[in-house]
Design a protein around this ligand. Structure first.
Ligand code: AMP
Length: 280
């Protein structure tokens, strides 16, 4: 496995691989890798000849009051996991290389980014789109892999790729969970034992709603009310949103359209912000 820090080196390697007709699969991450990230490496390896993983904690997607400085980092462990999982290249650019002091160009998706996380994190998707667009220009992937765990992010990236004609296929891998249902997230590292216990309610509430849909419930108010009720039972949990949206447009739906609807939750567990969703 090769570790590349230089943008030029990554770009010329990618161009060389492409001219040789090798398919490049790309997994962008912010590191502190877990099985969710690693499952995307598996998918990339299935689909492509060369798997590139990027590790970059993207300052552009954090607001000044958010957790950029404390975001968990462990490069050595990340590199070991990438190697064990069969990644070919880890691209780890420095902050100054990707976002030098005079940096002034941003990519904004202006529709799907509006709701859900876009309301409480107004700069978030601008930061995500900007860094992903830059990484696509550097890594030149044929296929890029994202997790369903961040359903709105995946939808926004798909839209950016369509709108800006990036020659990249976007593939979305299923959410990987702990045995009790909690969606894996680098931010789970922040949770104390008691917070971790309360955090379980997020996936449990989503699974309860999914079961209601399976049993025929189509009324979105009923589903949202049940989820809010369940979340409110836990002392440390505060709801940021419960949204029932179309999987492509991320717009709220009036009734559940089976196979096309995402139920998404964001909540604070004390000071830790967690998101999760289920497709129903
Ligand atoms: P992050 O490092 O949080 O920016 O995530 C990098 C990629 O991993 C994104 O495409 C995420 O959607 C994906 N990801 C994060 N958590 C999970 C999970 N539990 N299951 C599947 N994919 C995930």
């Amino acid at each position: 496995m090769q570790v590349i820090e230089s943008i030029n080196e990554m770009q010329s390697l990618a161009m060389g691989e492409r001219t040789r007709g090798r398919l490049i699969g790309f997994v962008p991450t912010m590191g502190f890798l877990h099985e969710g990230h690693l499952s995307l490496i598996d998918l990339a390896r299935e689909k492509c000849d060369l798997t590139v993983v990027s590790i970059f904690v993207n300052p552009a997607q954090f607001a000044p009051n958010e957790d950029f400085d404390s975001y968990p980092r462990d490069t050595e462990r990340d590199l070991r996991l990438c190697r064990e999982r069969g990644a070919d290249i880890v691209f780890m650019p420095s902050r100054d290389a990707l976002f030098p002091k005079d940096y002034s160009t941003f990519v904004t998706e202006e529709t799907l980014s509006e709701g859900l996380c876009g309301i409480s994190r107004p700069q978030f998707f601008r930061g995500v789109c900007t860094v992903v667009a830059k990484l696509f220009n550097i890594v030149r992937p044929d296929v890029a892999l994202f997790g369903q765990k961040d359903a709105q992010q995946a939808a926004v990236i798909r839209k950016m790729v369509a709108d800006l004609n990036f020659p990249v296929d976007i593939e979305v891998g299923p959410t990987v969970r702990e045995s009790d249902g909690l969606a894996l997230s680098s931010r789970n590292a922040y949770l104390s034992t008691a917070q971790r216990e309360d955090a379980r309610v997020i996936s449990q509430a989503l699974f309860t709603a999914a079961k209601m849909v399976e049993e025929g419930q189509r009324n979105v108010d009923r589903l949202a009310a049940e989820i809010t009720h369940l979340l409110s039972q836990k002392r440390r949990v505060r709801v940021i949103y419960v949204e029932i949206v179309d999987r492509d447009t991320m717009r709220p739906v009036r009734v559940v359209n089976p196979g096309r609807t995402v139920i998404a939750v964001a909540a604070w567990v004390d000071e830790v912000r967690l998101i999760d969703n289920v497709m129903v």
